[in-house]
Ligand binder design. Structure first.
Ligand code: FDA
Length: 373
């Protein structure tokens, strides 16, 4: 018999499992995939940690979260500086003085600001993403760096997307290609899979096990359940499925030591069918004689496909609220993580949420457990 069954060995489930083990609980973790780690999983191929489900760069401004994860790994000094490729023209990201220099040849921040100001199409209340972006940055940045990429990502023209898709457009008037502003950033030196392995030490782990297919048998093994799978799936989609955008990854090992010279290259034109190529070795300054690249294709989603990005529109928000109401009405199963809460969570927010939820759900009994041993 276990004190806790954790469904899903992603970051949320792994933090919850670690916190329970730390307090002396007996924990069973099941995952329907054949590996642990959820979407953060890295697989070692030719000595290279391959981010199987898209680039995962850890960053935070919260020292406590950084230190928490450093119990399980050492981070390297990787800094995310992606490059945008528009029909063979290369631009630094995020939009900064290097980008403006590449676009227009301007050299000073004043020249860049004047260029943007001259192009902006002011609009007091933009009705769609196109109007919104044109009003903030003007035509060149929109056409070359925003439109094609965003339309591929969401499968819809920018004129049919809400401004909220890109509420803020970070413009930097310094020569700074560091994508993130956070002071703490990096990639676990031994890969994310090792981080999760360490978090789950002492737990029983059953992989390739779909909780929903073995629910009564698994429920009978534990006093409480933390479920990090899809909330609508838990209820058999009986109110209808929540919608997502999906992704398809094409991984390839190439017999060259350096394919594109950067970890993340975005393809911002509408004609290239993928949005990004990731060259994994550059996350870790790898010197292997070969390289592994992954092309990332945005895709529509149907029940059964891998869900990646929740579609936060009114219909889905209302549907989620109905599933949530049911979930809140029961206390034996607790729902958490990006699928259980139908929201996009960065890794730092996933860790924060898992720690807070653990306290909320089990805090009192844990304290008693801590005291009693
Ligand atoms: P996650 O999806 O990782 O784990 C859920 C687990 O539950 C999975 O292992 C799944 O197999 C399992 N499961 C589901 N149903 C089940 C069932 N019925 N039975 C058994 N097991 C079941 N964040 C960041 O900070 N920096 C970054 O660079 C990125 N990059 C990034 C790229 C892409 C493409 C995406 C989609 C997301 C990111 N993220 C990110 C976000 C990051 O992936 C996210 O914060 C965590 O993966 C969330 O962890 P969870 O445990 O909530 O979900």
């Amino acid at each position: 018999m276990y004190d806790l069954l954790v469904v899903g060995s992603g970051l949320f489930g792994s933090v919850v499992a670690f916190e329970a083990r730390r307090r002396g609980k007996r924990v069973l973790v099941v995952d329907k995939r054949d590996h642990l780690g959820g979407n953060c999983f890295t697989q070692r191929i030719e000595g290279i940690d391959v981010h199987r489900y898209g680039a995962h760069i850890f960053r935070t401004s919260d020292r406590a979260i950084w230190d928490y994860l450093r119990q399980f790994c050492e981070f390297n000094h990787f800094v995310n500086s992606p490059v945008a490729n528009y029909k063979g023209e290369l631009y630094n990201m995020p939009f900064n003085m290097n980008t403006f220099n590449q676009l227009w040849g301007v050299v000073t921040p004043a020249e860049a600001r004047a260029r943007i100001e001259a192009q902006r199409v002011p609009c007091a209340s933009p009705r769609n993403l196109e109007e919104h972006v044109l009003s903030l940055v003007g035509r060149d940045v929109y056409e070359k760096l925003v439109r094609g990429y965003t339309e591929k990502q969401w499968g819809r023209p920018c004129t049919e997307l809400p401004p909220s898709v890109m509420r803020r457009i970070p413009l930097r008037f310094t020569y700074d290609n560091n994508y993130f502003n956070d002071p703490y950033q990096g990639i676990p030196m031994e890969g994310y899979a090792v981080v999760m392995q360490r978090m789950l030490e002492g737990c029983e782990l059953r992989l390739s096990t779909d909780y929903l297919a073995h629910r009564s048998e698994l429920d009978a093994l534990a006093d409480a359940v933390v479920y990090t799978g899809a909330i609508d799936g838990f209820y058999g989609y009986d109110l209808g499925p929540l919608e997502y955008r999906s992704l398809r990854f094409e991984h390839e090992t190439l017999d060259v030591d350096n394919y594109q010279g950067v970890a993340v290259m975005n393809f911002n034109d509408a004609d290239t069918p993928y949005t990004r190529i990731i060259e994994h070795k550059h996350f870790a300054f790898g010197t292997q004689p070969v390289t592994v690249v992954s092309r990332e294709y945005p895709a529509g989603w149907q029940p059964g496909d891998d869900p990646y990005y929740p579609i936060n529109d009114r219909r889905n928000a209302a549907l989620y609220a109905r599933y949530r109401e049911r979930a809140d009405a029961q206390s034996r199963v607790r729902f958490g993580g990006r699928l259980g809460e139908y929201r996009y969570y960065d890794m730092q927010d996933t860790v924060k949420s898992a720690l807070a939820k653990y306290e909320e759900w089990f805090g009192a009994e844990s304290d008693a457990g801590d005291r009693g041993g």
